[in-house]
Design a protein around this ligand. Structure first.
Ligand SMILES: [Fe+2]
Length: 338
């Protein structure tokens, strides 16, 4: 600095030390990212806390839902304050990717996750997985009375006997998988039967609670709602058991939770570091040992041992990157479900 050379040595030294002191602070500002988080808040908090402790990168988390944030990101375009987008399910990732708003994920990060848990184009990556289940009242239904296929739930014999949360991204991802696996006609037919047969609840926890309270015989939800409640008091799942459809049934759909970096991010290096960490040993250990009960997807990474192993679920092959939520919500609206 030109002016400092004219200052007495003491003041120049002071100016220098102030500058030196201020450097870590400004470096810290640069070493921060903002996440639009649509994953469960508890899981993302476990991830973020451990990531910050390990890397020193500060993370600001804004919480919302899959499609709410996906649409917001599209609206914000290049001005989005978000660096990273985390979702519960793939359709919201597909929506943002369809608008060309993702930065490709680093190859070293992609290599940490098997191909079945990430889109082929590498624009985002699977960070966790969740299994569809039929959570049923074990005091009322014996194994031989359970539906063999998710498609059975649209048959007349299931009228008035099951529940779901149709407004949630979790359930809409299941319908998206059905659409991809069985086509438009079969999906429309199933939604029609669903409308006849089911009771709507807001949220998967609420639907499971209704099963537990004897208000309905079963609910089509994801597995971790049950395990999370069992690990706490079990008060909302004491009468509940899980039925896995397996056999590549649409009801055996495994939903991929996604992570992506926005092309507009000003902190791409830190954002890439975050996705690398989440899909690596540290982030996947949070899935194994934490309270989320979602499946780990990292290569060679174990899930919580309370869970039925992912490899045993006989999930159908679904291309996560093309799950079409706009079509799903149109069809669900047409069927009177939304
Ligand atoms: Fe969920």
């Amino acid at each position: 600095m030109k002016t400092s050379s004219t200052l007495p040595a003491g003041i120049a030294a002071l100016a220098f030390s102030v500058l030196a002191l201020s450097t870590p602070a400004s470096a810290q500002v640069a070493d921060s990212i903002t996440i639009y988080n649509a994953q469960h808040e508890g899981l993302t908090k476990e991830w973020v806390d451990a990531f910050t402790e390990e890397t020193g990168i500060v993370v600001t988390v804004r919480n919302g839902s899959d499609l709410e944030f996906a649409n917001q990101i599209v609206q914000e375009g290049a001005n989005s304050p978000a660096d990273v987008f985390l979702t519960e399910n793939s359709p919201a990732m597909a929506l943002v990717d369809g608008k060309g708003l993702f930065e490709p994920v680093d190859q070293v990060t992609l290599d940490q996750v098997p191909e079945q848990f990430r889109p082929a184009n590498g624009h985002w990556i699977g960070i966790a997985a969740r299994s569809t289940v039929f959570a049923y009242d074990k005091t009322k239904l014996s194994a031989d009375k359970l539906p063999k296929s998710m498609l059975d739930l649209a048959k007349p014999e299931w009228k008035g006997r099951w529940a779901a949360s149709p407004s949630g991204a979790d359930f809409q991802a299941i319908v998206g998988a059905l659409l991809q696996l069985k086509g438009e006609e079969a999906t429309a037919e199933w939604l029609k039967g669903m409308k006849e047969n089911f009771t709507a609840y807001r949220g998967n926890s609420t639907a499971m609670k209704a099963v537990n309270a004897g208000q309905t015989e079963g609910a089509l939800i994801y597995h971790y709602y049950y395990f999370g409640d069992q690990a706490k008091t079990g008060e909302n799942s004491g009468n509940v058991s899980l039925h896995y459809f397996k056999n590549q049934d649409p009801g055996a759909f495994v939903s991929i939770s996604g992570g992506g970096i926005l092309a507009s991010s000003k902190h791409k290096e830190q954002a890439q570091a975050f996705l690398k960490w989440v899909t690596g040993k540290g982030g996947q250990a949070v899935l194994r040992d934490g309270t989320s009960y979602e499946y780990a997807v990292g290569k060679g990474e174990a899930s919580n041992k309370a869970l039925v192993p992912l490899a045993d679920l006989q999930a159908p092959k679904v291309e996560a990157s093309t799950l079409n939520n706009a079509k799903v919500t149109d069809m669900m609206t047409a069927a009177g479900l939304l």
